[in-house]
Design a protein around this ligand. Structure first.
Ligand SMILES: [Zn+2]
Length: 166
């Protein structure tokens, strides 16, 4: 696997793809960025989000489901603002959570989240132009076809990165 020095080098390069995550109308405080780095071991995905909804509670962490959806636009209806993202990206027609687009959930840290994960189940070509979606609840990794992860609270299309991004 990677040494820490190799990881720092990779994260210092221009990502191969980016997704700017924008909250829905009712989750307008949510904003974030996903960077996809092509590496020799697969795609290194780095996700940073702020403004996530927080709740007053005495128990442990809260999770937000994260998936790549097959659709190409973060548009929708009043009832489902990102309805046009469609289903989890699933070209092999497998069951959740073995969809190609299934990812580990984010963990809420006082409204912020930061996650890095190595993924070899898809290529950049597979996901370019599709959408990355954050859901309001945890993914139970069993309920079909979505893991019962609740409403879609933020969405971004996966695109070549803007030039000003590191
Ligand atoms: Zn899925």
């Amino acid at each position: 696997m990677f040494t820490i020095a190799q990881l720092i080098f990779i994260l210092g390069q221009q990502p191969a793809a980016c997704a700017e995550l924008i909250g829905s109308m009712s989750n307008a405080s949510v904003m974030g960025m996903a960077h996809f780095y092509q590496t020799s071991k697969g795609i290194l995905l780095l996700v940073q989000v702020q403004g996530l909804p927080t709740e007053v509670q005495s128990c442990g962490p809260t999770f937000f489901g994260l998936h790549i959806h097959e659709g190409a636009t973060c548009t929708g209806t009043n009832a489902d603002p990102f309805a046009d993202v469609g289903s989890h990206y699933n070209p092999e027609r497998c069951a959740h959570p073995r969809h190609t687009g299934d990812l580990p959930p984010l963990i809420n840290s006082n409204g912020n989240a930061l996650m890095a994960v190595l993924v070899s189940s898809f290529s950049l070509a597979d996901i370019m132009g599709r959408t990355l979606v954050i859901h309001s609840g945890p993914d139970d990794f069993s309920t079909q076809p979505t893991g019962a992860s609740g409403e879609k609270i933020a969405c971004g299309q996966i695109l070549p990165c803007p030039m000003q991004n590191p």
